[in-house]
Design a protein around this ligand. Structure first.
Ligand SMILES: [Zn+2]
Length: 237
């Protein structure tokens, strides 16, 4: 799938599991998700849903932070054996989730910086920019990223769930790619079989553009209506 659809699937995926996660305990993490955590989680998931394509030179995420993400991308490509290999495995989701969770445990500041980077990647992937006026798009993107991260920080957003959200975002990426014809080597490096190969739709083909993207977008609107306490927010109660 295209970066755009992956990012959208991250937002939808997080919003869809919020009602089930709220108040629940998963792997020792208790989820208490208010509006701040819903937005933060949606953007973290959207950003994380782009991480597996860091192994591809022209992917949205690889271009997001210039030399920094390009170098990281080249490194990932080398470690994980080329495009759509190790970065598209359950092992990779586990590694990324583990690394994010380690940051949370290690330092609050490190977790905030990581969230900031992911939000920037998410906004870039969601289509905030790239086309036409690159410079303006990048300035707006940077300001929006800073604004959102700062607002989340001021709201005292709790990131105990960061690792799980990152792993979940990676898994959503795999589901998206499994739905396309190329398939995903989920059990790499043990078993290199590509799950979902030759079934599904073409990347950036008519199905993705005319069915998947609009469906995901509408889902975000509907889930936003359902999840946020609009009445309280607007009336300020
Ligand atoms: Zn991919």
């Amino acid at each position: 799938m295209m970066g755009h659809s992956h990012a959208l699937s991250g937002v939808v995926g997080w919003m869809a599991v919020v009602p089930f996660l709220n108040g629940a305990e998963v792997l020792g993490v208790t989820f208490e998700l208010g509006p701040g955590e819903i937005i933060a989680g949606a953007l973290v998931c959207a950003g994380a849903a782009l991480i597996p394509d860091l192994d591809h030179k022209s992917a949205t995420i690889t271009q997001t932070y210039g030399v920094f993400t390009q170098t990281l991308g080249a490194l990932f490509n080398w470690i994980f054996g080329g495009h759509r290999n190790g970065t598209h495995s359950l092992l990779f989701a586990l590694l990324m989730g583990g690394a994010a969770q380690a940051l949370v445990w290690w330092s609050d500041l490190a977790a905030q910086v990581f969230v900031f980077l992911l939000v920037g990647i998410a906004l870039n992937g969601l289509g905030y920019g790239m086309q036409k006026n690159r410079t303006a798009a990048e300035v707006i993107n940077a300001l929006a990223t800073a604004g959102i991260t700062l607002a989340l920080y001021t709201a005292g957003t709790n990131y105990v769930w960061l690792g799980l959200a990152v792993a979940f975002g990676c898994l959503l990426h795999f589901i998206g790619d499994m739905a396309t014809e190329m398939g995903v080597p989920l059990f790499w490096p043990v078993w290199k079989y590509r799950v979902g190969k030759n079934v599904g739709f073409k990347t950036d083909g008519p199905v993705e553009r005319k069915v998947i993207t609009p469906t995901l977008t509408i889902s975000i609107v509907l889930l936003s209506v359902y999840l946020f306490p609009w009445k309280d927010l607007i009336l300020g109660i």
